[in-house]
Structures are given as structure tokens and as C-alpha cells.
Design a protein around this ligand. Structure first.
Ligand code: UGA
Length: 452
């Protein structure tokens, strides 16, 4: 599928090469790195800077620092072509040469500020301002509070009154784990600017990707679209999660319900998969930031506030359900399979699985964990409070309950006969509904699934 897509894209690039734009990407995280590699792949000259030395060393050698499908191959390819470079600091020449400077630094939620911490965005704005000596488009890619583009423009103009710039909001909608695919197959590219000159450059930048139209909005609308989209999707996920609970109580099957509902185009079939609650580096943060900004400006988001609270309770509730399953067992041991917030990524930020593991160890349970990609990131949170297994079967040794925390494909095809030989009690708690219940029953397991 990806190969077919990239073949089509190659044909489109050869017909529509962009004018070798020089692009400086500031920030080499999930967003910045994917953008840097993919824009190099469609013909831009890209310099990507990040303040972490180890990251820059690794990327310069062609070793990816995040788990992202197809990124490793494209990184090596574009380093070889010399269209892509990684640096610890942008030198004045890199800034002067850039047609576009893309800011993609992290904006973590800050409890004290009750919103995004945008310190890094503003310091980047200040740093680059001094060296801008020709018309440059500054693109804000990080997810930000409404009005940030205005503030960045003000900082640059104050630092360098002669700077000929335009600050444009182009939020990213890449899903972790499918970031490369999403880059080459965008459903929409929202461009927040009122400037015709900036529009021309942004159009040029995206020329090979223009299967779908660019959508122009004001800067503030563009900033809102990003948070509103994530908050809406989080609401949709929470809706189906509550529906799953209802189905369990009244004897329905949430998959049949979601399928039937989703056939209505106005509802759509995506994002109606029940689970332990939404997580990750984006939904929880963006929903919270939107709700708190709404409160500050006197436009309350009652619905989003309810969703945030109910999603948190849901995650806690799943921990309690697991505890109830093992309440009659002396010194129960849990085999926890999957720690990433979803499959296809090594990201454990706000992962429901990790939160549930923390809840279980706080109650004194012994937990042995395994994840095919996220062990390293999980260790930074769980430290030495759990046992780390080398695979699913080792995790199952002596376990009284097997919990499926992330929907990794390999957990779908576990050998339940083999698992049965390792466990002490045959109970499965499938929070992701990926296990074949009939198959587990054949081998004497009892299996709890969500909403059916
Ligand atoms: C999300 C958005 O989907 C992207 O469009 C956006 O660019 C990105 O945030 C961002 O702001 O950077 P991502 O965080 O990678 O992408 O994760 P999703 O695939 O959207 O999943 C979010 C959460 O919802 C996960 O915990 C996932 O398990 C859960 N989910 C999703 C469900 O429980 N059910 C579903 O049907 C879909």
C-alpha cells in the first residue's frame, strides 16, 4: 500500500518538483523529525536542529530516535542524498539561507500555567530573529495556545525590527506510528495566514502533496482547528467507551453498535473502537489546554471538561476491575502485555496501560511487563518497581492474570496453549479486545473483553 502510494507520489513529484526550498526545522521530536525527513524526501534542502546532542549524533548516523514506521529507511535515503542535515545549533548561515523556518519544539502541559508551556517556542523566535535578513516564512507546527502566532511575530519584530517575515500556522495532524503515511497522504493541510506572499511559498512547499487542497484560514482559526480536532476525537472515543459499558450491562455488542452507527456518514466509522481510555502526548494535553483556555476567557467547554474527567475515571476504574479479578488470590501476580499508549509507537506519555500498572503496584501487586517497542520509555516511568520480561511467555510465568494493555498485532496470535503452561491462573483481561476468545477458551482460559 505504502509502496504504491510512494510510486504515485514519485510520479507526481517528477511532474511537480518544488523549487528546492531551504527549510530549517527546529525540534527533532515526533513532529519535527518526521517533517524534516519527509520534506527532504519531496525535494527540499532541510536542516533539522535539536538541543539534544545524543539525538543529533544518532540521527546524523542514520539511526532513528523514535519508533515510526518507514522513517528509518527515508532517513538514510535522504542523508545520502545530502538534502538532510542534523545540527545541535542552527548557525547564522542556516537561518539566513532559509526560505521557511518551521518551529516544531515541544509544548508540554504545565500545571502551574494551566496550559501549554511555550517557553521554547518564544526562545526559538528570539534566537532566529537576529539572523533573518531576507523574506522568511516562519511556520508554527507545534500545538499551541490560540494567539501564539501573533506573539511570535511580536517577539521577532521587537528583536529585529527589520526582519521581513510572515508567521503562519500550519498545525500537524500526523498520527504517531503512521506519521510517514499521513505526511504523504494528508486529508487536509490547514494554512493559517492572511498573506498572499506567504501562501505562494507554502503552496510551493506542499506542491508534490497537493492531491487534496490546501485550506486557508486565519491564523487563530488554524490554531483552534488543531485543538478542536483532537478534543472532538477524544470525545468520540469516550462516547464509544461509555457505549461499551452500556452494552456490557444490557447484553449488546459494541462492535455491532459502532459498525451500525458508523455507516451513517455524518457519524463515520473511525475512532469508535472501545478501550481503556484515550492517552498519548496529544489528546489529554490538548483537551486540557482547550478547556482551561475556555475557562480563562469565559467560554466554558462543559462537554470537554466532562470527557477529561470521565476518561481519567475510566482508566482508574480499569485498575480497580483488575484488582477485583484477583481479590481472592494470595500475593497475585500480573502479566502486563503492552505499555505504549497505542500500538505502532514506543510512546508511553499518558499511556492508560502505564497508569494502570502504576495503580496496581501502588496496591502492592507484583507486575511483570512486556512491550515489543516501549520498554525503554516505560522504564523511565516504572523504574525498578516492576519486572521486565523478554517476551510475552516470560511475562506469563506464574501469573494469575494476563492483561492486554496495548493492541500490538503480535498479541493477537499468542500461543495460548504455551501461555497456559506458564501461568498459575488462567485469566485474561483484554482491555483492547484483540484476543480470540474462542481460542483462549479452548485452552481453559477465562477471558474478559470490553463491551461484548
Ligand atoms: C492524535 C491525532 O489523531 C492526530 O491527528 C494529531 O496530529 C496528533 O494527535 C497530534 O496532536 O499530534 P495520536 O496521539 O498519534 O494522534 O493518537 P491517535 O491515533 O489519535 O489515538 C489517540 C488515543 O485514542 C490513543 O490512546 C488511542 O488508543 C485512543 N483511541 C483512538 C481509541 O481508544 N479508540 C479509537 O477508536 C481511536
Amino acid at each position: 500500500m505504502i509502496e504504491q502510494e510512494s510510486l504515485m507520489l514519485k510520479r507526481s513529484i517528477s511532474k511537480n518538483p518544488n523549487k528546492k526550498l531551504n527549510l530549517l526545522v527546529v525540534g527533532g521530536g515526533y513532529v519535527g523529525l518526521t517533517m524534516a525527513v519527509c520534506f527532504a524526501d519531496i525535494g527540499c534542502n532541510v536542516v533539522c536542529v535539536d538541543k539534544q546532542k545524543a539525538k543529533i549524533n544518532s540521527l546524523s548516523k542514520g539511526k532513528v530516535t523514535i519508533f515510526e514506521k518507514d522513517l528509518d529507511r527515508l532517513l538514510v535515503k535522504n542523508l545520502k542524498s545530502k538534502r538532510l542535515q542534523f545540527k545541535l545549533l542552527a548557525n547564522s548561515g542556516d537561518i539566513e539561507n532559509s526560505d521557511i523556518i518551521m518551529i516544531a519544539v515541544g509544548t508540554p502541559f504545565d500545571d502551574k500555567l494551566d496550559g501549554y508551556n511555550q517557553r521554547d517556542i518564544y526562545s526559538v523566535a528570539k534566537e532566529i530573529a537576529r539572523f533573518i535578513n531576507k523574506y522568511t516564512v516562519i511556520v508554527i507546527k507545534s500545538t499551541v495556545e490560540v494567539g501564539t502566532c501573533d506573539k511570535v511575530e511580536q517577539i521577532i519584530k521587537e528583536t529585529n525590527p527589520k526582519a521581513d517575515i510572515e508567521v503562519v500556522s500550519i498545525p500537524e495532524f500526523l498520527r504517531e506510528g503512521s506519521g510517514v503515511y499521513d505526511f504523504f497522504n494528508p486529508e487536509r493541510i490547514i494554512v493559517g495566514t492572511g498573506s498572499q506572499r506567504a501562501k505562494e511559498i507554502i503552496k510551493e512547499l506542499h506542491k508534490p502533496l497537493q492531491k487534496k487542497k490546501l485550506v486557508y484560514t486565519t491564523r487563530r482559526s488554524s490554531e483552534i482547528i488543531k485543538c478542536a480536532s483532537n478534543a472532538f476525537l477524544a470525545t468520540k472515543v469516550h462516547f464509544i467507551n461509555e457505549m461499551a459499558d452500556f452494552c456490557e450491562e444490557v447484553g449488546g455488542n459494541v462492535y455491532e453498535v459502532a459498525y451500525g452507527m458508523g455507516l451513517d456518514k455524518r457519524i463515520g466509522r473511525e475512532f469508535l473502537k472501545p478501550g481503556p481510555g484515550y492517552g498519548g502526548g496529544c489528546f489529554p494535553k490538548d483537551a486540557k489546554a482547550l478547556a482551561s483556555l475556555g475557562k480563562r476567557v469565559g467560554a466554558n467547554f462543559n462537554l470537554i471538561e466532562c470527557v477529561i474527567c470521565a476518561n481519567g475515571n475510566r482508566i482508574k476504574g480499569f485498575g480497580q476491575k483488575i484488582l477485583r479479578c484477583v481479590k481472592n488470590i494470595k500475593k497475585p501476580k500480573v502479566a502486563f502485555l503492552g505499555l505504549a499508549f497505542k500500538s505502532g509507537t514506543d510512546d508511553c506519555r499518558c499511556s492508560p496501560a502505564v497508569d494502570i500498572v502504576l495503580g496496581l503496584i501502588n496496591k502492592g501487586l507484583k507486575v511483570c511487563v512486556y512491550d515489543p517497542a516501549a520498554m525503554k520509555n516505560a522504564k523511565t516511568i516504572l523504574k525498578s518497581r516492576v519486572f521486565y520480561a523478554k517476551d510475552e511467555y516470560e511475562a506469563a510465568k506464574g501469573a494469575d492474570i494476563i492483561v492486554i494493555g496495548t493492541e500490538w498485532k503480535q498479541f493477537k496470535s499468542l500461543d495460548w496453549q504455551k501461555m497456559g503452561r506458564f501461568v498459575r491462573n488462567k485469566f485474561i483481561f483484554d482491555m483492547r479486545n484483540i484476543v480470540d476468545k474462542q481460542e483462549t477458551l479452548k485452552h481453559g482460559f477465562e477471558c474478559y473483553k470490553i463491551g461484548c
